[in-house]
Design a protein around this ligand. Sequence first.
Ligand code: ADP
Ligand code: MG
Ligand code: MG
Length: 923
Amino acid sequence: MNDSTKWLFAFEEGDGKDKKLLGGKGANLCEMTQIGLNVPPGFVISTEACLAYLDTADRSLPDGVMEQVREQMAALEQKTGKGFGDPERPLLVSVRSGSAMSMPGMMDTILNLGLNTETLQGEIRATGDARFGYDAYRRFIQLFGKVALGVPDELFDKEFEAVKHAAEVKQDVDLSAADLKEISTRFLKVVEEYTGKPFPEDPMTQLEIAVKAVFNSWMGKRAVDYRRQFNITPDMANGTAVNVVTMVFGNRGDDSATGVGFTRNPGDGENKLFGEYLINAQGEDVVAGIRTPKPLDRLKVEMPQMAEELAELRSKLEAHYCEVQDFEFTIERGVLYCLQTRNGKMNAQAMVRTSVEMEKEGLISKERALLRIDPMSLEQMLFPRLDPGAKAEAVAQGLPASPGAASGVAVFDADRAEQLGRDLGQKVILVREETKPEDIHGFFASQGILTSRGGKTSHAAVVARGMGKPCVAGAEGISVDVSRREALVGDTSFKEGDTITIDGTSGRVYLGAIPTVEPDFTPELSTLLAWADEIARLKVLANADTPDDARSARKYGAVGIGLARTERMFNAVDRLPVVIEMIVAETPEQRQAALDALLPLQRKDFRELFEVMAPHPVTIRLLDPPIHEFLPDEHQLEQDIGDLQALARSTRGMTALAGAMGLLHTPDETRRDLDVLRRQVDAILVEEAIVKKEAMLKKVRALHETNPMLGHRGVRLGISFPEIYQMQIRAILEAAAECAKAGIEVQPQIKVPQVCTVEELKRVKTYVDDIHAQVQAQYGHPVNYKFGTMVEVVRACMRAESLAEEAEFFSFGTNDLTQATFSFSREDAENKFLPLYNQSHILQDNPFEVLDVKGVGKLMQLAVEWGRAMRPDLHVGICGEHGGHPASIDFCDGAGLDYVSCSGPRVPVARLAAAHAALKRRG
Ligand code: ADP
Ligand code: MG
Ligand code: MG
């Protein structure tokens, strides 16, 4: 770069699309000028000038900058008919920073630059308003002093208050011209004392100092911290531009005003101008909250002509930007100026509504309507959230483990939750140190779950997410005392029955009931998602284990169930004892009896799922987890047995003693004999209980595994205990037959977990073939089904071609597949070393949250390719938590999957993300 480098751009010439060069504010000022909106004349000093300046050893402006500034100022003088430093008709400007991304922490705007003792008098003569002149002057001295020279605000405030006090006025507006003159004199002295130099009088010097100050602020601590915090890299924004804009005054009397507007309501998206204004005020007064601004609706009454022009400005902005705009305006003596515009930030509801309405108005295409919405933001609309208007202090902070907000009375164990929640119909929050599988009935009865220990993958978190209930996990500030039914939080506490509120979206915990707003699946959201479905190639299915899950999944727009986990059904309170019987059975007959009891229950489960989802597919995974998960805890059993034995000993001792003494038969002795008898009966019962518990303990020990997740589970169980899988297969096919007979269209899909070789699939397929033939004969009706496999083991990927001989579909279980690919156990990784790995950039993301495209994704791609080589119409999907994650969905689209399956509330997110992926691929 050299002398001929163009550092400056007049608003008439800057390229409005080049935000990198001109900053967001500058680019839009150029753009607005060029489409004929009334913007005060001005120019932009580019971000390149900023970077070149910061590069100099002595922080001096690069060659040519000040020359070009002088040229541009001369042009401004021409356009405005005023002179910079001219005492007769002084030109005043604002100096405003602005980088490619809006970023707090950079320099504040300086207004009224160009004022000095002489031009001030000129301004007063020109306007005939001394009060206005001194007001502008004192504002300039303070802003320039603070922003460009670093004078602390307090020094100015002190003087300001002193004069206000002396003048005995309460409000700034009541200060007279003389008061304001006094204030400016004192301010000049403040600056001189603080900097050791007189306040710069020469306007061009003022401008140069201001430009440098803006450039310096790019490397200021606040700005640097902000960029680090929000990961703003140089390719997103590098350097700040400086905007020099001719001053216009909203404080020139009652025909002047200043305000901010949104072309549509950012709260609900309503297609109506939204905003606030103040009559006779300067821009900063609106945000400063010194006076209460009025809603823009009022302008129609106060300044009808201006209201009309503002309406016109609004439609021009939208017609040009095709996006909701957030803009600043000023009215000077009946003339409307636009001072800034940018895309409006809105909540999800407003984004969705404006998308649909702008499409209907022909402003944007469907594609644009979809693309302007961040899929993840839809979650806001799908869970109850805390009323944004409610003011409340959180008492504890945990992990946001499952989104949504809920209030209820605290209870400290699952049984109590059930009593109060299910039986008495109260709203309860289950508060535990951590939860266990046996707490599951408490989950069903609760509005939300709060734990003081455990991470985002703790039992509480996973189960709550599955159920779509809010959960705050690992709120370490809370210590739970179950025995006293109380929890301590800092120096306060809450007891059972006290109302608390949890926000699983933020992880915060509150005392008392904080109002929440219910989620609303608005008609606009339905429309938008219907467009998404038209465009998306991937289908979106849901993971759903119960008919209730399935119903809500349908509501969210799932077109099938990609994963129904049968073990969740086994866990239900009424089933667990039967399941345990099945597991501990000593003989095939005993086991069969238990299975016979389970069959009708499972058949009913499946039938309901089919009915709710008809005519969409329902994919049922045969039993997956290691069987000991259903059994009592080993240590608990040992302890129980110990307790019982102690009891038995004391009972036996008493009995013997009483027996020895019990030869005399007085009435008393008779009573004692009866007692003895009773004790003997008790003793027998205790002995029996001991025997039972010991048998269970033996079983539990026999089933103990060193590493259950890699142990006897999934299809391995199905092969060593064929009866279990056979029962489930029969239940599926019979349920399907019942439905088919009743004229309900069903598509059952039987999915085998943990498969690593086709031999396993072949084995299970023989069960299916046999039972299928039996069921068809029994019901006298054809039953269709599909047979497929989970792909969640590395070897399954490697052997995909061979698996596809038997499997009609593949379903990637990316949770297990990620564990297997990294050889990380998820819990250990997330609780121990993953955070460190992420911090030190050994791994960029948590692979359990963001699909590891390079490793796990590669395996998936190979599996798809090889599987389809064998079976071209192989149906492929993903059913891990990743299936609801936009970046992972994008990957799945690229890898040619047919569907993603995720938890119900994630379905809308996934539908939009699938459309984004398809649009991206179309280019
Ligand atoms: P911010 O990015 O903090 O909004 P701005 O540069 O937009 O900073 O300016 C702060 C305030 O000063 C705004 O209200 C803006 O409208 C007003 N302002 C900036 N330049 C001028 C100008 N040339 N004439 C009148 N008001 C201005
Ligand atoms: Mg602004
Ligand atoms: Mg799995």
